[in-house]
Design a protein around this ligand. Sequence first.
Ligand code: SF4
Ligand code: SF4
Length: 367
Amino acid sequence: MASDVFFADMRTKQGLSLLDKVDQLFERAGFGNFISSKDLVAVKVHFGERGNTGYVRPQFVRRVVDKIAAKGGKPFLTDANTLYVGSRANAVDHLKTAVENGFAYSVVGAPVIIADGVNGKDYINVEVNLKHFHSVKIASAAHHADAMLVITHFKGHEVAGFGGAIKNVGMGLGSRSGKQQMHSDLLPSVTEDKCIGCAKCTNWCPAGCIKIVKKKAVINENKCLGCGECTVTCPEHAIAINWRSDPDTFQEKMVEYLAGVSKHKKGKMGYISFVIGVTPDCDCCGWSDAPIVSDVGILASTDPVALDQACVDLVNKQRSLTNTRLDGYVDVTDKFGGVHPMVDWRVQLEYAEEIGLGSRDYNLIKL
Ligand code: SF4
Ligand code: SF4
């Protein structure tokens, strides 16, 4: 059955700003209907890596926060720490970056809570019993929230083709070791030169398969579970993060994480996506390359699959902009296939539909 996706274009006039359109979308998509008085409502955002300018502006987020509060909910902004070592790999750096990028309480009107704790180890194992994972590691604050509003900057992504609502939740709310599992099936390896023999990894390894031999960590690969805890624990970054994963598997895994986040929030999640400044890469990059198409607008739905499908369809209907990553690309009908030719972004949509997370059919309802 087709899902409703509500769409506000970029046109504005006196008395109707883009901020006002966010309010309208919130109402039309029925987000207020699933927020009960005193609900703790997670507002999933991406605070942007330091140097990135593509993330959704805090002023838009403020409108969503105010709408939730008006319904009696208690909103908080949240995201989980990153796997890579950048400006958001632990809660201290993450909070500093969030404030630097404008997500201060005085602007957004809600506290910021890093969902998987100070070092990315606060997570809940949620059973999903799907193709790749029996259970997934969901950042605890996201898991314990009563309801969730997901605010997404729709753009390209190096391994998923595009990054929309599915990726924002699936990858975004996995714990650090959960992210490692999504990124790779392969076993970790120790870089001896970097290892100082501190044994922190041995304490965290659930399989007990790391030993210190001659002041260096040694992993027994036969016992390793591939959980990724050691890679995110080592303070010297001596246990290599393996980023290799084929794009199809990567996408399916992140969809299974979305299943884990949404499992206990049936009917309590809403998604709003900004197809504005559609950069070729994700906001985890410390830069934002030129947008590949003109700004399209803002879309909202309770169905993340329909929403992402609608967003990608609208992007693909635009003309490619010149002096962008799409220069010289001939198949202008598939913009994300143009900037990431090794990735078939359809996989995430097809798999999400297959496991019952939504519908690729949608009714686009223009405000
Ligand atoms: S935590 Fe890192 S530095 Fe410490 S023993 Fe393990 S691999 Fe070596
Ligand atoms: S991936 Fe997990 S099981 Fe394997 S060595 Fe690291 S902590 Fe131990």
